[in-house]
Every structure is written in C-alpha cells, then in structure tokens.
Design a protein around this ligand. Structure first.
Ligand SMILES: NC(=O)C1=CN([C@@H]2O[C@H](COP(=O)(O)OP(=O)(O)OC[C@H]3O[C@@H](n4cnc5c(N)ncnc54)[C@H](OP(=O)(O)O)[C@@H]3O)[C@@H](O)[C@H]2O)C=CC1
Ligand SMILES: CC(=O)N[C@@H](CCC(=O)OP(=O)(O)O)C(=O)O
Length: 342
C-alpha cells in the first residue's frame, strides 16, 4: 500500500463507484470517508454492496477531516471543491470528480455554471492528445464530465487527423445515475421508467463547452459542437452518437486507418471489429470506452459511436486512471478491464 486516499462525497453514486474500484487497488489504501447531511452514518447504509467498508462511519466534509492523506478524491456537487482544495497542501494529489476545474475559458464557465470560475486543472482524459504529459506528476486533476468522456473518445481521432469539418453533432443517451442519487424531477422512477427524454436541448447543457474545448484541443483549431443529451430507463451507461461532415477526398478507409492508429495502444478505448456497434450493456462496471466508426456516403458525414459506463470510465474509473498516471503507476492499476454481459 503506497498511498492513502480520502474520499469526500462517499455516500453518493460517484463516491460509491470510486470506493468499489479502490477496494481492488493494490497501491491505494482507503482512509477517511466523508458526506454532507449523511455525516455520522455508516457507509453500509448508503452502499450495502461495499461489504468491506460497511461499518465505516462518514465524517463531515472539511479540509480538516480530509487532511493527512496522500490523495483526496472530491465527489461533491459543483462549487464545493475550490475552497477545500485551497486548504490542502500542494503536495496532496487532489482529484475533483466535479466540474469546477474542467474548463479553460472563464466566460464559458460563467455562462454555463452561473458562478465565478475557480480555475483550470490538468484535464483527466488520458486519451486526449497531450493529456498524459499534463497528468504525469500532477497534484491537481479535473475529472471530465461523463458525456464529454464518451463523445470525445468517439471523435478525437477524426479531429486529430483533420478528417472532418469543425462542426460536430453529438446526441447521447445516459442512464439515470448520471444525475446523482438525490431525486430530481427528470430522473424519478415515474418519469424515467418506460420513457426516453431529451433535456437541455439547443446547446444549453453545461457539457457543451467542454466538448468544444476537447475537440478543439484534438483539432488544434476551434470546433463547434451541437450537443443533445437524453435520459433512458437504465441505471448506468452512456451511448454517444456523433457525426461531422467529412473533408473533401476523405474515404472510409482513411477513417478506419486513423481510428486504428489512435486507439490501437489505448488501454481503455477500443475500436470494435467492423460491423460490431457499441452498446451500454457491453460496458457495465468496466473502465473501457467501446468505439465504432463508419462513413455515411450519401450524407458525406463521418459517424462515430461510443459507449461507456458513466460511473466507471465516465467518472470513478477515469479518475483512478488519471490518478495512476499522476502517481507514476501503470495506468491500468486496479481498474476493471472487462464488462459484465449479458
Ligand atoms: N453520476 C455521474 O455519472 C457523474 C457524476 N460526476 C460528478 O461527481 C460529483 C458527485 O456526483 P454524484 O455522486 O452523482 O452525486 P450524488 O448526489 O449521488 O452524491 C453527492 C455526494 O456529495 C455529498 N454532498 C452533497 N452536498 C454536500 C455538501 N454541501 N457538503 C458536503 N458534501 C455534500 C453527498 O452527501 P450526502 O449523502 O450527505 O448528501 C454525497 O456524498 C458531482 O460533481 C458530479 O457532477 C461526474 C461525472 C459523472
Ligand atoms: C442523466 C443526467 O442527468 N446526467 C447528468 C450528467 C452528470 C455528469 O457527468 O456530469 P457532471 O460531472 O458535469 O455533473 C446531467 O446531465 O447533468
């Protein structure tokens, strides 16, 4: 056990998935666990599936309760991380699963989150060109949003190789756990069961600027993204259906070769065999993103589809993957590489 880790927001969905993964991590020992209103209750009351931690009592969330660990994971609502991180030493690795430090543009932050921008930390999507270099040795990590994780992995090879025009369309469907455990009008059972709905339509979702930021990094030029999210009657998973106009002269063979080049060595982003399309069921509990790509000749568009488990690769698994890189551990350490099927 090389490193100790505290988890803030341990009673939530993201915190629970993080603990499931950390229980199998050979180099990280689980330390203090915290919550908000549920401080003082045992973890087993919130995550009965985490038997080994059932008797751990949740502390209140403050820099004082989280201090004294090598790593602090913050799985808290947006806006809660900056004050805590400021009080933790610069030698502590702080990994924020929330949004506070993901965006580089302060105006984008204010437009979509309605508050003052807290800053920008190294972005925890190792697959994005340049990200591994920024994460190596980092002591602050901003874990991406779940939709941008999925859609960026689907499209970054196309932008990195300049195969498509800078106008992407992403339509993605998420399981209801993406909204967290607190009941919300759009994700209570009576609204979600037996129905698929859109929300934040027309470029209103706060992940829209994060998509544009990521694909612009891959392209080395500004990319705009039209993003439409949906929620489906399933607990976990995101399926992102993405497309963009092909540049003149780009063929289906060029596209497949580019995706093979970019994904061949990725430990957790895989191009499926031709003709096999990703589905959320293939990703449950695994840290992988499954990708397929084709060309719609009649429409002149590249079409890419990716699936992830929103809580694993989309949150907690992605957080541990980036943590491994920051600590100089093998990137795959402790991470579930195979899904559960059927
Ligand atoms: N769910 C997902 O798929 C994803 C989530 N994330 C991010 O992870 C973070 C956590 O999300 P998620 O687990 O889904 O949310 P949940 O609502 O399931 O959990 C929130 C956690 O934060 C705690 N908390 C809430 N308010 C406070 C407060 N004022 N002070 C201290 N602790 C507080 C809660 O404790 P208590 O039980 O006491 O209320 C709980 O432990 C968010 O920033 C979210 O955006 C990121 C990517 C995907
Ligand atoms: C279904 C659903 O409601 N999903 C959430 C996405 C949560 C997430 O990944 O993102 P953050 O970390 O940015 O909160 C939403 O659309 O707000």
């Amino acid at each position: 056990m090389g490193h100790t880790a505290a988890v803030a927001g341990a009673s939530g969905y993201a915190g629970g998935e993080l603990l499931r993964i950390l229980l199998d991590h050979p180099d990280i020992e689980i330390g203090t666990l915290t919550a908000g209103g549920n401080a003082g209750t045992p973890l087993g009351a919130h995550h009965p599936h985490l038997i080994a931690l059932a008797d751990r009592v949740l502390a209140d969330t403050s820099a004082a309760t989280l201090a004294g660990h090598d790593i602090v994971f913050l799985a808290l609502p947006h806006g809660q991380s900056a004050a805590i991180a400021a009080e933790l030493g610069e030698d502590v690795l702080v990994v924020d699963l929330g949004a506070d430090f993901r965006l580089t543009d302060a105006d984008d932050w204010t437009a979509f989150y309605g508050s003052e921008h807290a800053g920008t930390w190294p972005y925890g999507l190792p697959e994005l060109p340049g990200a591994r270099t920024a994460l190596t040795g980092a002591r602050r990590i901003a874990v991406p949003g779940c939709y941008p994780t999925c859609g960026t992995i689907a499209l970054f090879p196309a932008y990195a190789e300049a195969l498509v025009e800078p106008e992407a369309v992403v339509v993605a469907v998420s399981g209801a756990s993406g909204a967290g455990k607190a009941p919300k009008p759009t994700t209570v059972a009576s609204e979600v069961m037996g129905s698929v709905s859109t929300y934040a339509v027309g470029g209103a979702h706060r992940h829209t600027p994060e998509f544009a930021q990521n694909l612009s990094v891959a392209a080395g030029a500004r990319v705009t993204v039209s993003f439409t999210p949906m929620v489906a009657p399933m607990p976990r998973g995101i399926l992102a259906n993405c497309s963009a106009p092909l540049k003149p002269g780009i063929t289906a063979a060029d596209v497949r070769a580019a995706y093979q080049r970019h994904l061949a060595d990725e430990p957790f982003a895989h191009l499926l065999p031709e003709g096999t399309w990703p589905s959320t069921g293939m990703t449950v509990g695994a840290n992988h993103a499954l990708v397929q790509v084709t060309v719609d000749e009649a429409a002149g568009r590249l079409v890419a589809v990716a699936a992830i488990d929103n809580l694993t690769k989309g949150t907690a698994g992605g957080a541990v993957q980036s943590t491994n890189i920051a600590l100089g551990l093998p990137e795959t350490t402790g991470l579930p590489a195979a899904g559960i099927a059927p």
